[in-house]
Design a protein around this ligand. Structure first.
Ligand SMILES: C[S@@+](CC[C@H](N)C(=O)[O-])C[C@H]1O[C@@H](n2cnc3c(N)ncnc32)[C@H](O)[C@@H]1O
Length: 446
């Protein structure tokens, strides 16, 4: 009688398989599979570690697997997911005994794909277990394919690229955006510390609205959530919205607003005398904005939504806004620590492909800005093809557009000499830090 595989390993393997074959996203797939299997907190943490750890170190895992495969060619997907998860544990998790890792992997493959593939998995993993380091260590760096390593260095320079790729803790802290019209950061921090004495609560250094919380459980169960005193938003994303520098009473367009991650902050900044129009290709996303504004107790009368394809045109909205934020669709490469599954999907052609779409959208968005107004172009990616190269073409090809290299009240950062604000874990002592973004601010003269 063979003992069943550990439920954490079964869940991790299933999630890695779904990511590779169904295009599933790691975070919701893990939540769903952990619940389906009824894992306790310890097993849930192990499954999460295996999934993210495997995705964050995939190039060396696949090299190791390839070195032990005598038959070349594509591996059967479930077998490949199982082998990847097992090799991650052998290479990086000191608490996992080799015999348990190997026998669990073999029994997962046998149960789901039969005897033949389980024998193959056994041979590969035994060979890898023999070469296992005596004290496996957690990875210190996110591993990315060669082309991407080149893109990162070209976009950020060697030092910042290294800072960006440095390993981050799992789970990462959750960033809260405090609604400063209703409370202070200090007051909310005190309430959360009192309610969750074993957690940690820190102030973000890049956004004056950010609190970074760890070990506090579901943020929606924290004090202040039901009262609408905060939202969940990455600290870098808070800085992006702040860089539009919206003022009380202004009319703003949040172009590419999605579910309104930045809309609420803009509504809060312009107040009841201003207005915000959230625009996106997908009405379904925009429909979520009103509920979030209501939860945060923000004025909703002057917040509108508008579904349209901004790469096609802005008919009827010409010169309608004091400021326009273009939070453009992009590769999302700045979020790869939180979403390492992107590394399985992106190709070397993607940054330039997304850059072309961004330029089409930005060209039209510029038409919506009143003379004397401001356009902020933002992407959550550090590549040149999506940031500075799009900005350079915007400046060359859109009449009346001038790059602003200025200071923005309340943002303790500065743009680089090329006018690009590069936001990320740069110059931050801790190993945490936000995702990576690029923002370019333009003034419109005509
Ligand atoms: C980076 S996301 C926006 C995130 C959002 N601003 C937030 O803070 O949560 C980019 C958005 O652009 C939208 N989008 C993509 N192509 C578009 C187009 N041609 N016209 C308008 N919106 C588009 C996508 O639906 C997506 O919501």
């Amino acid at each position: 009688m063979v003992a069943p595989a550990s439920p954490a390993r079964v869940v991790a393997t299933r999630v890695l398989h779904r990511i590779a074959t169904e295009g599933a996203w790691a975070s919701p797939a893990l939540d769903a599979e952990i619940e389906r299997a009824g894992l306790d907190a310890r097993d849930a943490a192990l499954a999460t570690e295996i999934v993210y750890g495997t995705l964050r170190t995939l190039p060396s895992i696949d090299r190791a697997l390839a070195s032990k495969q005598t038959k070349k060619g594509e591996l059967e997907p479930l077998t490949r997911a199982t082998l990847r998860a097992a090799q991650y544990q052998l290479a990086h998790l000191s608490g996992a005994p080799s015999h348990a890792v190997v026998s669990d992997a073999v029994s997962i493959v046998r149960a789901q794909r039969g005897e033949g593939l389980s024998r193959f998995a056994n041979a590969v993993l035994r060979a890898l277990a023999r070469e296992r380091p005596s004290s496996p260590e957690r990875a210190t760096r996110l591993e990315v394919p060669k082309w991407l390593e080149g893109e990162m260095t070209r976009g950020l320079g060697a030092e910042r690229a290294e800072a960006f790729l440095r390993a981050r803790p799992l789970p990462p802290p959750i960033a809260l955006r405090v609604e400063l019209t209703r409370t202070t950061r200090e007051a909310l921090a005190t309430r959360i510390r009192e309610a969750r004495p074993s957690g940690t609560v820190r102030e973000g250094v890049l956004s004056p609205r950010a609190l970074l919380v760890s070990g506090v459980g579901d943020p929606r169960a924290l004090p202040g959530w039901d009262e609408g005193l905060f939202a969940v938003q990455d600290e870098g994303s808070q800085v992006v919205a702040a860089l539009l520098d919206a003022r009380a009473g202004e009319s703003i367009a949040d172009a590419c607003a999605g579910r309104g991650g930045k809309t609420a902050l803009l509504v809060s900044q312009v107040g009841a005398s201003g207005s915000v129009t959230a625009i996106d290709l997908h009405e379904r996303k925009l429909e979520q904005i009103d509920g979030e504004l209501a939860r945060l107790g923000l004025p909703r009368d002057h917040a509108r939504i508008e579904a349209r394809d901004l790469s096609v045109g802005v008919g009827g909205l010409e010169r309608a806004f004091d400021r326009v934020l273009v939070d453009a669709p992009c590769t999302g490469l700045g979020t790869i620590h939180r979403r390492p599954e992107l590394l399985l999907r992106l190709t070397p052609a993607d940054p330039a492909r997304m850059g072309a779409l961004q330029l089409a959208i930005a060209r039209n968005a510029a038409k919506m800005v009143k003379p004397g107004g401001v356009l902020a172009f933002a992407v959550c990616s550090p590549t040149r093809a999506e940031g500075p190269e799009v900005a350079a073409r915007m400046e060359r090809e859109i009449p009346g557009l001038t790059r602003l290299v200025d200071h923005v009240e309340g943002v303790p950062l500065a743009p680089d000499d090329d006018g690009v604000w590069r936001i990320g874990p740069f110059g931050i002592a801790s190993d945490e830090g936000p995702d990576a973004y690029q923002v370019v601010r333009f003034g419109i003269t005509s």
